[in-house]
Design a protein around this ligand. Structure first.
Ligand code: PLP
Length: 401
């Protein structure tokens, strides 16, 4: 076994790289993180270049750098560049794979309580369209997906497993690799929504064993808004077909014939945000340089610290579950709505967001929770910012008795 890495975390450097930390205590990383300066410069310079020499010409000039975006994203998750499609967000990336699956009536799709709202809406539409059956696996006693119930349902026969790794509304980290082992054992197509986990915890598609993985740019990866990507394994490439095709995804080879390209780019479309794509690559490069292996322990420790400080505030209840938790903390304050807590914090330049039960029916609503405040930390946050957050909450948001 290799010795543990005792190199101190380069917190001064990452904060210097992150100009936004001068303005706000940003605990809305699960919404959209503050980007490092390298991402901002990359995007702005490309937009400037488009204005200076023309959009197509700027893209031609950046051809090599655009192609490295795929190499960088692939390296981040242990994949090959040809298995990556750059797509405008995690939802569309997930949709391209799942709407591209050749469902038949009666196909069973297994999912979990943490599954993202848009994915559930899509599955409900696919149920109406094709007569698929949606099977919901319960949480175990600790709050993560119940692996024994999952195995029992897989043994009954299933077509697809769709799981969200880290939900939008809580600290839970679902056991993605254990689920992958079960899916492999039962030959079930495994779709992992890694929207909140990319950049937050290390991801390796071989270890996880997923067929496809969807991710976004703007959250824990710290990329620009309006960017995301899809990983498609070689096996999955032979199973799913893009629900839409264009001249980038396919070639019109004869008057009545087309041929779909053979890599994951078949899930992309031709026109795209080139500046955003380059910015996404810069975000992946920044994560690769720091390494998610090195940033994740700090992020997880800050998440734990935030929850334990919140636990000690009178009138506050923390609602995160699961044996493994990351940087997202959800809580309510007795007698104050989550929206008002958020607004009170924002007035002191402390950014959070809220999660509504209507967007998490199988989780928050099922647990009988109202709208909760979501405070989500990143590795560039500090203990001092957690103190500040608690201080503002206690002094400016929660009225004194
Ligand atoms: C778990 C999860 N999946 C998917 C999404 C959707 O991502 P995007 O907004 O990039 O489509 C979100 C957004 O919050 C999310 O939290």
């Amino acid at each position: 076994m290799s010795a543990p890495d005792r190199t101190p975390f380069p917190i001064e450097r990452v904060r210097r790289d992150t100009p936004g930390v001068e303005n706000v205590v940003h605990f809305n990383n699960a919404g959209s993180a503050l980007p490092p300066e390298s991402v901002v410069t990359t995007v702005v310079e490309h937009v400037r270049r488009e204005a200076d020499i023309g959009g197509y010409e700027a893209a031609d000039e950046a051809e090599d750098r655009l192609s490295s975006v795929y190499t960088s994203l692939a390296a981040l998750i242990g994949a090959e560049a040809r298995q990556i499609a750059v797509i405008e967000n995690a939802t569309r990336a997930w949709d391209m794979a799942v709407y591209g699956y050749p469902f038949k009536p009666g196909d069973r799709v297994i999912t979990c309580r943490a599954e993202y709202v848009s994915n559930i809406i899509a599955l409900l539409q696919l149920k109406q369209r094709f007569g698929i059956e949606i099977v919901l696996i319960d949480d175990d006693d600790e709050g993560q997906i119940d692996l024994s119930q999952l195995e029992a349902e897989l043994a009954r026969g299933a077509t697809m497993m769709a799981m969200t790794h880290v939900p939008t509304s809580g600290g839970l980290i679902n056991p993605a690799a254990e689920v992958g082992k079960l899916c492999t054992a039962y030959g079930v197509f495994y779709v992992l929504d890694a929207c909140q986990s990319i950049g937050q915890v290390p991801l390796d598609v071989d270890t996880i064993g997923c067929d496809v993985l969807s991710a976004t740019g703007r959250k824990y990866l710290r990329g620009p808004r309006g960017t995301g990507f899809l990983f498609v394994s070689d096996r999955a490439l032979g199973v799913i077909e893009p629900p839409f095709l264009d001249l980038h995804a396919a070639k019109w080879v004869d008057d009545g014939e087309y041929v779909i390209r053979d890599d994951a780019k078949r899930f992309e479309n031709w026109e795209t945000n080139f500046a955003g794509k380059l910015g996404l690559g810069a975000a992946a490069d920044y994560a690769l340089e720091l390494t998610v292996d090195a940033t994740a322990p700090r992020l997880i420790a800050l998440g734990e610290m935030l929850r334990s400080r919140l636990d000690r505030v009178a009138g506050v209840s923390v609602h995160d579950k699961g044996p493994d938790r990351g940087g997202i903390a959800t809580f309510t304050v007795e007698g104050i709505t989550a929206e008002n807590v958020r607004a009170g914090l924002l007035a002191s330049a402390v950014n959070t967001s809220v999660s509504t039960p209507g967007q998490a029916r199988h989780d928050l609503a099922y647990r009988g929770l109202p709208t909760v405040v979501r405070a989500s930390v990143h590795y560039y946050n500090t203990e001092a910012e957690i103190h500040r957050f608690i201080d503002v909450l206690q002094t400016s948001v929660i009225p004194r008795p």
